[in-house]
Design a protein around this ligand. Structure first.
Ligand SMILES: [Zn+2]
Length: 219
């Protein structure tokens, strides 16, 4: 069997990583690991790490590595058992995590194929996030204008209740963007000379962005 290929979906909160991740999953035979999903699962199950993670998320702060890394490594190894392509959404979020990802790939003989970096101006992101709705049950996101659920307040996928996340308020969004620019964006420098970085303008529509993203997978 060929070694598992790892793709990273990178970019600020609200840039559309989740949407693109879902589109890639549907089109190609692969599995997506979202740190958001991992956190939600741990929060729902009220694990010790989950409760700790929630206290940071509620403040619009990044969850510290001590909480994140163990959960993520386990999830990657688990998914790699049955999938030859893995998409990471929301990881790595800082240079330390990028280094740990390299270690994980080396340890388990995975190949980091491409870091797909989506970017857009802060005002585009703020607009998208402040109108975002999230399913309480499954975490799928919708948008009040661009991606409405068929029935107001109800998730198309699972029938769960839609709500505005506590970190999707203007104040928390500004806080998250600050943290992203100072802590997460330096990860781009880390990958700059690896030849694996693909930077994509994500201010276009999800369909247009996905055309560019899909090319990275078919090549
Ligand atoms: Zn749902």
């Amino acid at each position: 069997m060929n070694s598992t290929e790892v793709y990273v979906l990178f970019g600020p909160p609200g840039v559309g990583k989740g949407t693109q991740g879902e589109l890639i999953e549907k089109k190609f035979n692969c599995s997506r690991i979202s740190t958001g999903d991992i956190f939600r699962e741990n929060i729902r199950n009220q694990t010790e790490l989950g409760i700790e993670a929630k206290s940071y998320i509620d403040k619009g702060e990044l969850v510290p590595d001590s909480v994140t890394l163990g959960m993520v490594e386990n999830a990657i190894v688990e998914v790699a058992k049955n999938n030859s392509i893995i998409i990471l959404d929301g990881f790595p979020r800082n240079v330390n995590q990028a280094e740990v990802l390299d270690d994980i790939c080396e340890k388990y003989h995975y190949v980091l194929k491409c870091v797909i970096a989506l970017n857009a101006d802060d005002n585009v992101i703020i607009q998208r996030l402040s109108d975002r709705l999230t399913c309480k049950k499954c975490g799928t996101t919708f948008h009040k204008i661009y991606n409405k659920p068929s029935k107001e307040g109800v998730c198309d996928k699972c029938g769960g209740e839609l709500y505005q996340r506590s970190d999707d308020t203007p104040h928390a969004i500004a806080n998250r963007l600050d943290t992203y620019r100072s802590t997460t964006e330096p990860v781009l420098n880390y990958y700059q000379h690896s030849g694996k970085l693909a930077e994509i303008d994500a201010s276009a529509s999800p369909e247009d962005i996905s055309k560019t993203v899909f090319k990275l997978f078919s090549s």
